[in-house]
Design a binder for this molecule. Structure first.
Ligand code: ADP
Length: 190
C-alpha cells in the first residue's frame, strides 16, 4: 500500500484534490471531517458529540477521533493505498496512526502538504460557506479559531514527518489542475 497524509490548513483544498488522486491511483479517501459530518447528519452518538466541538471550530478530542479513524481504516485494508485527509491533526494522533498502521503491516509513505497563504484561505472558506451549509465556514471568528487550532496543535506535524524524511510541500495556489499535477509528481516518486 502507498498511504499518504494530505495535509494543509482549513481551506487548502485537501478534499478537492483527494477526489482527483483517489480516482487516478484507485485509492481510498478517508476524510475525518466527512465522517464526522455523516454522523452528525445521522444523529449518531458520535455525531452529537463531535458537533459540539466542530461548530465552534475546535478539534474533536483525540480519543474519539482516533477510535473512529481506526474503525475506518479497518474497513479499508484491501486497497492500493489510503489518502488520510484531516488526520492526523495532533501529535498523539500521528503517533497513534503510525503504531496502528505498523500493526497492520503497513505505513505512511508521505505527508504531502498544500501550502496556501492565510488571506487566501479565509476568502476560500467564506465563499465555500455560502453553499456548503457548514456552520464552521460561515463566520470569520470560527474560521480564525480553526486557524488557531491548526497553528497550535496541527502545524507541528510538519516536524514530525520531516524527522521521518516523509514531508513534501506543494504550492497550493493555482488552478485545480495545476495543483493536481504537482501532487501527482510527488506521488509518482513514492
Ligand atoms: P477543514 O480542514 O476545512 O477545517 P474538515 O472537514 O477537515 O475541515 O474538519 C472539520 C472539523 O472536524 C474540524 O474543525 C474539527 O472540529 C473536526 N475534525 C476533523 N478532523 C479532526 C481530527 N483529526 N481531530 C480532531 N478534530 C477533527
Amino acid at each position: 500500500m502507498k498511504n499518504i497524509v494530505l495535509f494543509g490548513p482549513p481551506g487548502a483544498g485537501k478534499g478537492t484534490q483527494a477526489a482527483f488522486l483517489k480516482e487516478r491511483y484507485q485509492l481510498i479517501h478517508i476524510s475525518t471531517g466527512d465522517v464526522f459530518r455523516f454522523n452528525i447528519k445521522n444523529n449518531t452518538t458520535l455525531g452529537i458529540l463531535a458537533k459540539s466541538y466542530m461548530d465552534k471550530g475546535d478539534l474533536v478530542p483525540d480519543k474519539v477521533t482516533i477510535d473512529m479513524l481506526k474503525a475506518e481504516v479497518d474497513k479499508n485494508l484491501n486497497t492500493n493505498g489510503i489518502i488520510f485527509d484531516g488526520f492526523p491533526r495532533t501529535n498523539s494522533q500521528a503517533t497513534a496512526l503510525d503504531a496502528f498502521l505498523a500493526s497492520k503491516g503497513t505505513q505512511i509513505n508521505a505527508m504531502i502538504a498544500l501550502e496556501v497563504p492565510e488571506n487566501l484561505l479565509v476568502e476560500r472558506l467564506l465563499k465555500r460557506g455560502l453553499t456548503s451549509g457548514r456552520p464552521d465556514d460561515q463566520d470569520e471568528e470560527k474560521i480564525r479559531n480553526r486557524f488557531n487550532e491548526y497553528q497550535n496543535k496541527t502545524a507541528v506535524l510538519v516536524d514530525y514527518y520531516t524527522a521521518q524524511n516523509k514531508y513534501y510541500g506543494v504550492n497550493g495556489v493555482g488552478s485545480i489542475q495545476e495543483i493536481t499535477d504537482r501532487l501527482c509528481a510527488v506521488f509518482d516518486t513514492l
